[in-house]
Design a binder for this molecule. Structure first.
Ligand code: PLP
Length: 454
């Protein structure tokens, strides 16, 4: 690599580190030690740029970086957007993206047997093995989003007219995966606490058998759902599925990458996770993992032979359509993986911060939490009809006054204009930022005449 290109990359990487430090600091401000690190990084970037610009005919890095439409939302603000929180890239992933952003870059060193999960440079094969271990399963494949994991499983197990059990809070992509395979969904109803239980799942299975004469072919349930982020009885459901000898798909879109997940201990046949939702990875990315038993079926290799040419593609896996994530998406997953693995061990702290924030929000008279409480997750659905919405009723900006107030305090990501029921996520915020967030909500409440219990 020429010195110039190498320097350009160095500068871009250093800039990413600066952005990373920036993300940590705003809007609550730097601690002195952080500030020193920040200034040092800036000096490094400047030195590299000066070096580059001193060279003849060197493209200015500032110009290259400047031509990218930088999205500053998460650099400059606390972002409480409900579904982006754990998908935000690490600095390492951002650097990987710069390096591997071009097309098939993962495939530079693809050698026989010509399949993504066999590539050893960069260490994609090893990453697959690590991923399987990470979720307590035997085999893993990367997929373009959790939805493609569902699709691979339904493509394997569901025939026309077959029934699949999902929850009454299932994500739409689960419905589509079943429909795509020609099946039909049957939803397990929620109990009075908005929880899917093992017992209700067993009842639904019996109901399907009584009505159709056939047992469902798959039970697919979310550990935490996307509407309330309530925790469902995943172990009991896994047990029930096995009692009926029905394979169980554990949807970990909101768990894999943020909390420890052990698929086998849960009794899952398949574990699905979402890279862009919970693994600090570029979209679309995700993981499908399975037990040894399912390998020959779900990851069956092609037997197709060209009728004219007699061509065969032997090792390519049908449900994966051969290979899946072939560039920056995969490398971003890999680059974030060490951080992701480590952060799952700190899940309890995340939950504590979530509870701290919701506890403070509930001190604003008229506010309610619609998710189970105390929280077991950082994503929460709240109801502020009795608090912030009472102000919106007469405010000239209606519900947007709350967004205005929040954004002026460096907080973004709430559903703009919504003051009744809405969702937020505190994942990844430091103690300091969560305190700042809670103070900001209380301050806005008091400013608009709402009572706040001290
Ligand atoms: C519970 C749940 N499952 C699955 C998905 C789909 O995930 P992906 O976007 O990775 O396909 C989502 C997306 O929002 C979700 O909330």
């Amino acid at each position: 690599m020429s010195i110039r290109i190498q320097k350009t990359f160095e500068a871009l990487f250093a800039l990413e580190e600066v952005r990373g430090l920036f993300r940590e600091s705003l809007p609550t401000g730097f601690d002195p030690a952080e500030e020193a690190a920040f200034r040092q990084k800036i000096a490094e970037v400047k030195a590299i740029l000066a070096d580059l610009e001193a060279g003849t005919g060197t493209p200015k890095v500032t110009k290259i970086a400047g031509s990218i439409d930088l999205r500053t939302r998460e650099e400059e603000a606390i972002n409480i957007q409900p579904i982006q929180a754990a998908g935000r890239l690490t600095t390492e992933a951002r650097k990987a993206l710069i390096s591997y952003g071009d097309g098939y870059s993962t495939c530079d060193a693809c050698r026989k047997p010509f399949r993504l999960d066999k590539i050893s440079k960069p260490g994609i094969a090893e990453f697959h093995a690590d991923l399987a271990k990470f979720v307590g399963m035997d085999h893993a494949r990367v997929v373009p989003g959790a939805r493609r994991g569902f699709q691979a499983v339904t493509g394997t197990l569901v025939n026309k007219g077959d029934t699949v059990i999902v929850s009454a809070l299932a994500h739409y992509t689960e419905f589509l995966a079943v429909e795509n395979a020609g099946g039909v969904v049957r939803e397990v109803p929620l109990n009075d606490k908005n929880i899917v239980t093992g017992e209700a799942t067993a009842q639904k299975i019996e109901e399907v058998k009584a009505e159709t004469g056939k047992f469902p072919v798959l039970v697919m349930i979310d550990h935490f759902d996307y509407q309330f982020a309530n925790e469902h009885e995943i172990k009991e459901i896994g047990k029930v599925a096995h009692q009926y000898d029905i394979p169980f798909l554990y949807n970990g879109a909101y768990t894999v990458g943020v909390m420890p997940v052990n698929g086998k201990a849960i009794g899952a046949d398949f574990v699905v996770g979402s890279g862009h939702k919970s693994m600090a990875s570029v979209a679309p990315s995700g993981v499908l993992a399975m037990t040894e038993e399912w390998l020959p079926k779900a990851l069956r290799t092609t037997s197709m032979v060209g009728d004219l040419t007699k061509r065969k593609f032997g090792i390519k896996e049908v449900e994966m359509l051969g290979c899946t994530l072939m560039g920056g998406t995969l490398l971003s997953m890999m680059a974030s993986f060490p951080t992701v693995k480590a952060r799952t061990l700190k899940w309890e702290e995340e939950v504590q911060r979530s509870n701290y924030f919701i506890g403070r929000l509930l001190k604003i008279a008229g506010s309610r939490v619609l998710s189970e409480y105390p929280r077991k997750h950082t994503l929460t659905k709240v109801d502020t009809t009795g608090s912030f919405d009472t102000v919106a009723q007469t405010h000239k900006r209606r519900g947007f006054y709350l967004s205005d107030e929040l954004s002026s305090r460096g907080i973004v990501g709430e559903f703009a204009g919504a003051t009744r029921t809405w969702k937020l996520n505190t994942y990844g915020l430091s103690d300091k930022k969560v305190r700042y967030l809670a103070d900001a909500f209380c301050e806005v409440a008091e400013k608009h005449g709402l009572a706040v219990e001290k």
